[in-house]
Design a protein around this ligand. Structure first.
Ligand code: SF4
Ligand code: SF4
Length: 376
């Protein structure tokens, strides 16, 4: 095992291979507060990449209702209970990662789901957690119940467990953009990656005898275009781009700004140790303890920062760039009441007003002689 630096857990850790960061690292931000679980992203991915034989059950992108939704069943609670206590102190993770707690003779602490664990992709949909106090009047039930929608793709981790576990060396991380891929020619279907990925984002195809996974729509990313699940997102919750390490954070890069400067977007289960590269703005209405387990100790501060966006024109403006363009926006800036997405050379790609103008239509349209529905 090599010693590598994992900034998300604030310390060095053990990993199967030495640290080797790509020239650029694919990354994404999902604003959980805006997801409506319409599953358009899921279908956009399904129709693009997984409509073939043996792929029927594969959801490279899925959206689950937390805390009772899972795909596959219990993916997170299973690995959390195997991992045991996970404590943090002053931003440093004091427990063990899934690499450090691997059983003797294995590279990663993992588990392989049963076939039936994939049988119910929408299990737990819209199920609430929290107390419902019976007081005889349904309308008087206090707002103590909660759930939220968690959209998930492969995290294109800096330290992928799938890659570490593969005895054939069939999984690789592209040096040019950090996207993690399975070499279909090398893979022999041992499914060690399925067992190792704690997010369960590698899927075995019984028709081809190989494992398959999200490819971050690399043919689009190579052309400067965001993946299918991003551009089709109805809630405009997503932004794709590239992230720097914290020491090289560039405030002009929207991903760096939200992750490193504002610290409003956080990794999913950083304590697993993979340095995942999909970052989430946590939901404002869920309990702090639950969010801190899922997104790390910064969850509560992230929510406070998110809520302050109403008084922060830069933060609010940047949030307006989510879902506004198919193009990847490597740079951004705010000029007065506009937020502008730029390419690497500073050329304007898209411009969004800080506040959407409101137009009130007259109740009667004399041109067409019709009464509109928005009558005063
Ligand atoms: S999320 Fe899973 S499949 Fe994706 S890179 Fe990380 S370990 Fe591999
Ligand atoms: S398309 Fe967007 S809003 Fe709809 S479920 Fe997917 S992530 Fe959520």
């Amino acid at each position: 095992m090599a010693r590598v630096n994992n900034w998300q857990i604030g310390r060095e850790m053990s990993y199967w291979y030495p640290e080797s960061r790509p020239q650029k690292q694919f990354a994404a931000i999902f604003d959980v507060n805006k997801c409506i679980a319409c599953q358009t992203c899921t279908l956009a991915c399904k129709t693009t990449w997984t409509s073939g034989k043996g792929q029927e059950y594969m959801l490279w992108n899925n959206v689950e209702s937390k805390p009772y939704g899972f795909y596959p069943l219990a993916w997170d609670v299973n690995i959390l209970s195997k991992l045991g206590p996970q404590s943090w102190k002053d931003g440093k993770y004091e427990g063990q990662t899934i690499f450090e707690s691997a059983p003797a003779g294995e590279r990663v602490l993992g588990w392989r789901p049963d076939e039936l664990d994939y049988a119910h992709p929408n299990v737990g949909e819209d199920d609430c957690a929290g107390a419902m106090i019976e007081n005889g009047a349904a309308l008087a039930v206090p707002h103590m119940s909660w759930f939220y929608y968690l959209a998930r793709i492969c995290n294109h981790c800096t330290y992928p467990a799938c890659l570490a576990s593969c005895p054939r060396g069939s999984i690789y991380k592209r040096p040019e953009d950090g996207i993690v891929l399975v070499d279909q020619g090398r893979c022999r279907g041992y499914q060690e990656c399925v067992k190792a990925c704690p997010y369960k984002k590698v899927f075995y195809n019984p028709m081809t005898g190989t494992s398959e996974k999200c490819i971050a729509c690399f043919p689009k990313m190579e052309q400067g275009l965001q993946p299918q699940c991003f551009v089709n997102c109805i809630g405009k919750i997503r932004m794709a781009g590239y992230i720097s390490t914290p020491d090289k954070a560039n405030p002009e890069n929207p991903i760096d700004y939200l992750v490193h400067i504002k610290k409003v977007a956080l990794p999913l289960f950083p304590q697993f140790g993979l340095e995942p590269n999909v970052y989430y703005i946590p939901p404002v209405h869920a309990p702090a303890n639950y969010l801190m387990q899922m997104f790390g100790p910064g969850a509560w501060d992230a929510i406070r920062t998110y809520e302050s966006a109403k008084d922060d024109a830069d933060l609010a403006g940047l949030m307006g760039l989510f879902g506004c363009s198919e193009q990847v926006l490597p740079r951004w800036k705010r000029v007065n009441d506009s937020v502008i997405g730029l390419d690497e050379k500073g050329k304007e790609l898209v411009r969004v007003p800080l506040r959407e103008p409101m137009h009130v239509r007259a109740a009667f349209d004399p041109k067409y002689g019709v009464q509109r529905t928005n009558c005063p």
